[in-house]
Design a protein around this ligand. Structure first.
Ligand SMILES: [Zn+2]
Length: 129
C-alpha cells in the first residue's frame, strides 16, 4: 500500500516524531512478528514489535495518541483472525487470546498509561483539536 512501510522501532520513532511535529494527533501500529504460530502467541509477547513500539512512543512522545490492532491475523501462521477448530474460527477461544493480547502490552496505548489527564496542557490541546 503506498505510504505504508514496515519499520524498526527506532525508524518508527523517527517517523512518529516527524508526524507529531506536523501536528498529527495519533498513529496506529500493526505488528509484524518474527515468528507466527497457530494461536498467534506473538500478540501477547511483552517483547513483540507493537509492545516495544508502544513503550518507546509513550516514553519519547507521550502526547501522541497510539492505537493498536489486536486482531490475530497478523500473528497466526494460517492468517485467520482467530484460532481454528475443525477448520473454522473458534470465537470463544479467540476472545481469551484477544484479551491476552490486550493485557499483554497493547493496553499501554490506552489513556491510563500515557494519555494526558485532565488539567494536563496536552489534554487541553487534544480537546481543541
Ligand atoms: Zn484480522
Amino acid at each position: 500500500m503506498p505510504g505504508v512501510n514496515q519499520t524498526s522501532v527506532d525508524e518508527m520513532l523517527r517517523d512518529a516524531e516527524a508526524a507529531a511535529k506536523a501536528k498529527v494527533g495519533g498513529i496506529i501500529l500493526f505488528g509484524v512478528p518474527e515468528t507466527k504460530d497457530a494461536t498467534g502467541s506473538a500478540a501477547w509477547d511483552e517483547n513483540g514489535a507493537v509492545q516495544m513500539g508502544v513503550r518507546a512512543l509513550k516514553k519519547e512522545i507521550p502526547e501522541l495518541v497510539v492505537i493498536t490492532d489486536v486482531c490475530m491475523c497478523e500473528y497466526t501462521d494460517h492468517g485467520h483472525c482467530g484460532v481454528l477448530k475443525n477448520g473454522d474460527v473458534d470465537n470463544d477461544a479467540t476472545l481469551e487470546l484477544l484479551s491476552r493480547a490486550r493485557v499483554g502490552g497493547h493496553r499501554r496505548a490506552q489513556r491510563h498509561d500515557g494519555w494526558p489527564r485532565r488539567g494536563d496542557p496536552a489534554h487541553a490541546r487534544r480537546a481543541r483539536a
